[in-house]
Write a protein that binds this ligand. Structure first.
Ligand code: C2E
Ligand code: MG
Ligand code: MG
Length: 760
């Protein structure tokens, strides 16, 4: 990711952080404010409830005091009279009964019960004012009750008048359900003992235990609870918030001024702040939405920018066919490797697919592209690490390998693995050539180094034995020479510097020349350049196609001329018609027969389908029939895996030419392979003929070759015969024909004509 995007991303992250922090701060602030106002309103509510409770209790006290006053004023003597007053004054109060306790503790109720409260009598008699008891259990019906009591006199006896109220009546009267049951109200003692509570389902009898079970164990909550306890102990009112995780409880407490009682209200925060919670949730959702939208938009922008940049990068650096780097990438990345002195054993390789153009032509561009892709894939598979693989142009790959111990081994692995390519389940034989340049120092930059690799590549291109070449200074000189030749070849052809020499082939039976081979010579400025100096170059640059056709045409022309000069003369002399004869043929003998001429054909023709048609047309032009010409194809040409050579040979034969397999024994074809070749003649290479002289054990091979050739009905020609010994041996083993310096070197047309005339 580049700097621009990094900044962009940072800005977005900062923006999101700011929004989140603002949201948290805002929510916090709102919460604080609401807490405060909630506590205030709860405080108000508590105050109101305290007032209400006190009013009610005061009303109870007033009723008791009324009863006591009337008892005293009327000097009543009997409990029934008191009960009578009670009946008049209690109205709708929730008292369950009235009772009168005597000093013995004996207590009579208005509903006729008598209970012994002697154990507690002290409690009741010790107080002159109205007293309200803590919650206790009724001895009559076991119900939870509270008792209002006041001392008085009944007749002569000291008594306490008791007004009994069931505690649950308190709960009915005083405690209202707060916030639909989400707030609980309690009347408690200072110790937290619950006297009355709004939620009847609660079992707890101590409010502090209840709270301890509800709030979390954190120090703050515990401290707050302790604080509440302390305040209540000190007769102080107050309010606070207790927490349990994210849940919170508002607690308000106020003294009731009755005994040591307190009213405490505990309200669930969720109930109070429901609306607030909703607002917070909405705000939260909106914020999340805003953050998400910002994020999505940002990601989209970033992605599309990245995509744009990637496609620009691809355009500039990636080859769309192979998905490898292109020449730009090769230059850029390669240079980095080159100048990095820590990286050792670096090689720049130029690699190409031989005859890729022909492949494209034959199979179409789509398959051609696929081939390029597959070769790229294979290279990647073989080289893996420590390499840069690019397609720099057409079918040329630029490869850099480094930290390589054995380049020869690396290269042979490449050649071995990239010899067969499978595309759509069809296997194609391909040939690659590699030019290698070893980086020794930083004398050359990448492009210059690649040029060196290309020079080495040019050197090996078209070679049938070798697929790679490592650059050395010498090859540059050779290449210069080759370049010189390339510069002048076309001109040389036009200037007729290429001439034909003929070398006779002698029949072993008749000892006479029956055939001859046409061999090209380049005569430039009076000097003869031998074919092995220019033919390989012409094969590489395919000029051989032109030259072979040129030689073929020349041979046809010569043949036509000789036919007219010799054979026609025979006919004419038979007819005694001399009008067309020139002087030189006056003394021609009737036995003269124009030998069959063999012409060398380079394998380069085979890549062009139907090439043979052109040769047929040339022959036709000179009224020469194909069967009068033999075409020589070297054995090495038949080993080309890229072409179906047998098919090419059959095609040549179909048009009527004789076919000869040249230099047999130099390639790696086996005798068995000969069976499938539609050839007429087998030319045994000079190296086997040479062995005859040295009594080499391999001498037997030649015997074997001749034997097999005979079995296959092939004419055998021994090349490079130089002495009598060889001839004797070859004759002995049944070789059909000899070609060599013993009989004649290749000679020019003039001398060859003499040879023809002399070999009658
Ligand atoms: P090739 O077709 O095998 O031709 C035979 C070569 O052996 C000729 O060399 C010939 O001069 C040489 N030779 C023949 N007898 C003897 C002998 O007794 N001793 C020695 N030392 N050499 C002998 P040349 O003419 O230099 O041709 C070399 C090769 O060049 C040919 O080998 C052929 O492959 C190729 N070539 C020649 N002319 C043409 C041509 O017009 N077209 C093509 N495509 N190739 C040609
Ligand atoms: Mg030949
Ligand atoms: Mg030969």
């Amino acid at each position: 990711m580049n700097k621009k995007y990094k900044i962009y991303l940072i800005v977005i992250i900062i923006l999101i952080v700011i929004i989140t922090i603002s949201l948290i701060l805002y929510i916090n602030k709102v919460q604080k404010l609401t807490n405060k106002s909630t506590l205030n309103s709860l405080k108000e509510l508590t105050k109101q409830d305290v007032a209400k409770i006190q009013n009610n209790i005061n009303e109870h006290i007033r009723i008791l005091e009324t009863i006591v006053n009337e008892t005293e004023n009327n000097k009543l003597e009997k409990p029934e009279q008191v009960f009578e007053i009670y009946n008049r004054n209690s109205g709708n109060s929730q008292f369950s009964r009235i009772a009168i306790m005597y000093e013995t503790g004996q207590t009579s109720t208005n509903d006729g019960q008598v209970v012994d409260l002697s154990e507690e009598k002290e409690d009741f008699f010790s107080n002159n004012d109205v007293k309200i008891s803590q919650t206790r259990q009724s001895k009559i019906d076991n119900k939870k009750i509270n008792i209002y009591s006041k001392k008085t006199k009944l007749g002569n006896e000291n008594v306490v008048i008791l007004l009994v109220i069931e505690t649950n009546k308190y709960e009915e009267i005083f405690i209202q359900s707060i916030y639909s049951g989400n707030g609980n109200e309690y009347i408690i003692t200072k110790e937290g003992q619950i006297i009355a509570k709004s939620n009847k389902n609660e079992n707890e009898i101590n409010i502090y235990e209840n709270i301890t079970n509800t709030i979390d164990n954190k120090k703050t909550s515990k401290n707050i609870l302790e604080n509440i306890k302390q305040n209540i102990q000190n007769n102080e009112d107050g309010q606070d918030i207790l927490y349990n995780g994210i849940k919170k409880y508002f607690v308000t407490y106020q003294k009731l001024n009755i005994n040591d009682w307190y009213l405490i209200i505990i309200t669930k925060g969720s109930a109070v702040a429901e609306e607030l919670n909703q607002v917070i949730i909405i705000m939260f959702i909106i914020s999340i939405l805003i953050i998400s939208i910002i994020s999505v938009v940002s990601i989209y922008i970033l992605k599309s920018e990245e995509k744009k940049e990637k496609s620009l990068y691809n355009l500039a650096y990636i080859d769309p066919i192979t998905k490898l780097g292109n020449h730009n990438y090769f230059n850029q990345q390669g240079e980095k490797i080159l100048i990095n002195n820590k990286i050792k054993n670096k090689y720049v390789i130029a690699l190409d697919i031989d005859k890729f153009k022909s492949f494209n032509k034959k199979h179409g561009h789509k398959l051609g592209d696929k081939l390029l892709e597959e070769v790229g894939k294979k290279l990647k598979e073989i080289l893996k690490e420590n390499s840069i693989i690019c397609r720099v142009s057409n079918d040329i790959y630029g490869v850099i390998v480094y930290e390589i111990e054995d380049i020869e081994q690396q290269v042979s692995s490449i050649c071995q693995n990239i010899s067969k390519i499978i595309i759509n389940n069809v296997e194609y034989n391909i040939l690659i050539y590699l030019g290698i340049y070893k980086i020794i120092d930083n004398k050359y930059n990448l492009l210059e180094s690649f040029d060196k690799a290309l020079i080495a590549h040019d050197k090996v291109k078209g070679n049938s034995e070798k697929q790679h070449y490592i650059y050395n200074e010498k090859i540059e000189l050779q290449l210069e020479k080759e370049n010189e030749i390339e510069n002048i070849m076309q001109q040389a052809l036009e200037k007729e510097e290429f001439v034909i020499y003929y070398q006779p082939k002698i029949s072993s039976k008749s000892n006479k020349m029956t055939q001859a081979e046409a061999l090209v010579r380049w005569i430039r400025d009076g000097k003869m350049i031998p074919p092995n100096e220019f033919i390989p170059i012409f094969e590489k640059n395919r000029f051989i196609i032109k030259l072979d056709k040129y030689i073929f045409e020349k041979v046809c022309k010569d043949l036509r001329f000789w036919k007219q000069k010799y054979e026609k003369t025979i006919r004419d002399s038979n007819k005694n018609d001399n009008e067309n004869n020139n002087n030189s043929i006056n003394n021609i003998n009737e036995d003269i027969k124009v030998p069959m001429i063999s012409i060398n054909i380079s394998k380069e023709h085979f890549y062009e389908e139907e090439f043979i048609k052109e040769f047929v047309n040339i022959a036709k032009k000179y009224n020469i029939e194909p069967k009068e010409i033999e075409l020589e194809i070297t054995e090495s040409a038949t080993l080309n895996k890229q072409i179906d050579v047998i098919k090419v040979m059959n095609n040549i034969k179909r048009y009527g030419f004789r076919l000869s397999l040249d230099d047999f024994g130099t390639g790696t074809s086996t005798l068995a392979m000969l069976q499938n070749m539609p050839i007429d003649t087998l030319k045994i290479d000079k190296i086997f003929v040479d062995k005859i002289d040295f009594n080499d054990t391999n001498k037997n091979i030649i015997e074997y070759i001749v034997y097999i050739a005979k079995k296959l009905n092939l004419t055998t020609v021994a090349e490079g015969v130089e002495n009598r010994n060889q001839i004797n041996y070859l004759k002995n083993i049944g070789c059909d024909m000899f070609q060599g310096y013993y009989f004649s070197k290749p000679i020019d047309k003039k001398n060859f004509e003499k040879y023809i005339e002399n070999s009658k």
